[in-house]
Write a protein that binds this ligand. Sequence first.
Ligand code: ZN
Length: 184
Amino acid sequence: MDQEGIRRAVRDLLRAIGEDAAREGIQGTPDTVAKAALELYAGYGEDPAAQIELIEGPDNLIVMRDVPFFSTCEHHLLPFFGRAQLAVLPQGGRIAGFGSLAHIVDACARKLQIQERLTEEIADALWRGLRPQGVYVSLQAQQLCMQMVGGRELGAVTVTVAARGALVEGPLRQEAVRLLGAGA
Ligand code: ZN
C-alpha cells in the first residue's frame, strides 16, 4: 500500500475542507490515517477462500451467529458495520474452524465495499473454499453514510442475504434460518 500517497492525499483533503494542515492537533493525522489504512483495507490481494483451515468433521449443519464486521462504503468512504450470520452444510467431511469462518468475514470486509457485494463475496469464499452442499449468509448493518449524510436514516438497519446450493431454498434453509434466529 502506498503510504506516502495516502499521507499526501490526506494533507490535500485537510486543506480542501479549510483546515490548516500544520495545526498542532492534526499534524499527525495524515500519518495516522495511512497507518489505519493498512488495517482497514487489508483485504486487498487476499483470497479468503484459500486461507480456510480445513478440518475433518461430520456433514452436519453448522451455524455461526453474530460475527462482527467493519467495512467501508465505497461511495462515501464511511464505515458500515454490523453482524454476519453464517450457515454451512458441509460435504465430504470438509469443515472450517470457527476462527476461519470469522476470518473470511473480516477479509472480505476490509476493503471498499457495498453491503450487497460483501454478502456475495463471503458466500462465494465459503462456497469455493469448502465445496459444501450449501451456504447461507445474512448481514445486518448500519451504514454511517445513511445516518450522517443526506437522509439521516438514524438507526436504520439494512439486511442482505446470499445463499448457494442446498441452502438456497427448502427445509434445510428454513432450519438454518431458524437456528440463526431473529437476525437472519
Ligand atoms: Zn455510502
